[in-house]
Design a protein around this ligand. Sequence first.
Ligand code: CA
Length: 423
Amino acid sequence: MYNPNDPKLKSWVSVESTSDFPIQNLPFGVFQKNDKVAVGVAIGSMVLDLSLLWKEGFFSEIFPSQEENIFAHSSLNAFMNCGKEIWQKTRTRISQLLEAGSSELHDHAVKEEALVTLDEVKMLLPIKVGNFVDFYSSIEHATNIGSMFRPDNPLMPNWRHLPVGYNGRASSVIPSGTPIKRPKGQTKADDAENPTFGPSRLFDMELEMGFIIGKGNDLGSSISTKDAPDHVFGMVLLNDWSSRDIQKWEYVPLGPFLGKSFATSISPWVVTLDALEPFLVDGPTQEPAVLPHLQYEGKGNYDIHLEAYLQGEKMEASERITKTNFRLMYWNMQQQLAHQTSNGTNTQAGDLYGSGTVSGTTPDSLGSFLELSWRGTRPLKFPNGEERKFIQDNDTITLKGWCQGEGYRVGFGECSGKVLAAD
Ligand code: CA
């Protein structure tokens, strides 16, 4: 049987060995070229326009009764809602069309119009986000934050028993490249008697991964850890922009609200769980043992190398500020989705779940400025002499991530955002 993850596969589209988008990846996204918006797949430095391939009948065997062009859409939601079998057949079909030696698309007249360079297109938000939830599933991150504010008791008693999360805001999820205006809000200095209103002074990023529901569950039903991977379409890079001074004053007792709701950036290419399958790894041991409905079998984590960069307006280059790995996460996606639905909550195509900040065990592997500068006590130093405790106006933050195979990488591209001054 044809294996689209075969490391030996090559495409007739040229792909450099350091490209995030070899034939083993084939991530889905939504692009705009002039007035046209459509679903595409990335291959090397090109985008393959799936809506044109649909028109030519390339997918007619996969969607025999579907008349409407499912790729002539401004989001992946309709395609995702078709379910895992269709996702897999579609990705396999695209792989076969792009495989070196295959002539069906290579020799077809539509090829010239259907393959456009990434430079020619604008990448849009790939999904219509129904709901956004953010977890808090890195034990390193939770312990760091906890130890800053509760030195004697960094992890709350519930933390090892359930994946802590909160309901975030869907309407402000934005694609990479969209600028972020520094939020204003209510803050209160420790020694001040009353709060004041104004631009946030402690503006931060959070380096995260996000997973996207492809096929949801009905109200009143639950998804088991075993079935969870069938409901997840794929993953993106996610930056949970955070205003620490607003957050600090508002979060007790109901959690984050305006300190985070103003913007969440995601990368535009959704890497399917199928493409990530070769990079599954064992997760950390969970002690004490979790309750039965959160137990899982097999490998639950993914080996995804993650990096974040900062470029200020006076810096000549983007400077790496951290590198870490997603494999460290204490709670995995299966457990997060099982937990979310354990009370009968329904999910739907386009729901987005953030992993929580991914922090490693060393000072150079932390996923937020709050940790990197340890509440501002150890500023980051840059080659041009500048320092940062938190993010300044006109700084651009870029997240990158990839899985390293032998001779190829399955990558996520970039999740980038420039911070603009408050009004
Ligand atoms: Ca977060």
